[in-house]
Design a protein around this ligand. Structure first.
Ligand code: PXL
Length: 263
């Protein structure tokens, strides 16, 4: 019996192409040595060419998945990915009552621009989701939606992070991949800590699922016992190593390569 096997939970959408969402999260958890359990909030229809449509999972089934898993062994940390209108209520109930640290990776659109969340969801994230998370990890378009303002450069990330803290976030990781800057600047920010992760901008086609992989890696390192800042730093380094050798599994966008371990 391996009674102490560390468990990580992902609450996210299913990506049949295997590059993002639940599938990606579980692969990251496994590669980083933690067992993944998962709650499906949506089924997407997509290939490496992009996302065609999304079918939400009914709220009762989201709630039953959570209840059933939590009656078993409790995860040490969790993350959220796609949350639909239907899955928001049961996930918010979970966030309000759990002592498990939850990282919120806001997903409002697919990488190819398919809109996954309406403006109403963004408001619910502001008021009900983010304040119950230990960390929120927006990219620039998601940051702009959350703050309702244009942010074009990492120069503005600290001010933006402070606004998210004012909104109730305990910690923020802004991902700078979408700016026009020569380097990618990610900013980790809390009331007492600020740390920039500056990385070369790799000359790659858009890699599908990197945001999912980053938040999943943070969860995995938390489960392994790291502090939040150390978990973020280790996850940043892990993704950077992964981006050096991506996988062309389909004819469209590449994905993170879990066939070659770098953990
Ligand atoms: O990268 C955001 C994302 C998250 N989860 C699922 C997705 C996508 C983007 O396509 O399909 C399931």
């Amino acid at each position: 019996m391996n009674a102490k096997i560390p468990i990580a939970l992902t609450i996210a959408g299913l990506d049949p192409s295997g590059g993002a969402g639940l599938q990606e999260d579980i692969k990251v958890f496994t590669e980083l040595g933690v067992h993944g359990i998962s709650v499906a909030t949506a089924v997407t229809v997509q290939s490496s060419f992009g996302l065609r449509t999304v079918e939400p999972v009914r709220p009762e089934i989201v709630s039953e998945q959570l209840k059933c898993l939590l009656e078993d062994r409790e995860p040490k940390a969790a993350k959220t990915g796609i949350l639909t209108n239907q899955s928001l209520a049961p996930v918010i109930d979970f966030l309000k009552q759990t002592s498990v640290p939850v990282i919120v990776d806001p997903v409002f659109a697919s990488g190819t621009g398919f809109i996954l969340a309406d403006s109403n969801i963004v408001e619910v994230y502001r008021t009900e989701v983010i304040p119950h998370s230990v960390l929120v990890t927006p990219n620039v378009p998601e940051l702009q939606s959350l703050l309702g303002m244009s942010i074009t450069s990492s120069v503005y990330f600290e001010g933006a992070a402070r606004k998210l803290i004012d909104m109730g976030a305990k910690a923020v990781l802004i991902k700078g991949g979408h700016t026009e800057e020569d380097e990618v600047v990610d900013l980790f920010y809390t009331k007492t800590q600020a740390r920039r992760f500056v990385k070369p901008r790799r000359n790659l086609k858009r890699v599908h699922g990197t945001g999912c992989a980053l938040s999943a890696a943070i969860v995995a390192y938390l489960v392994r016992g790291a502090t939040l800042l150390d978990a973020v730093a280790s996850a940043e380094a892990y993704i950077d190593r992964k981006l050096a050798d991506v996988l062309y599994a389909g004819e469209g966008a590449p994905i993170i390569n879990h066939l070659k371990s770098v953990s």
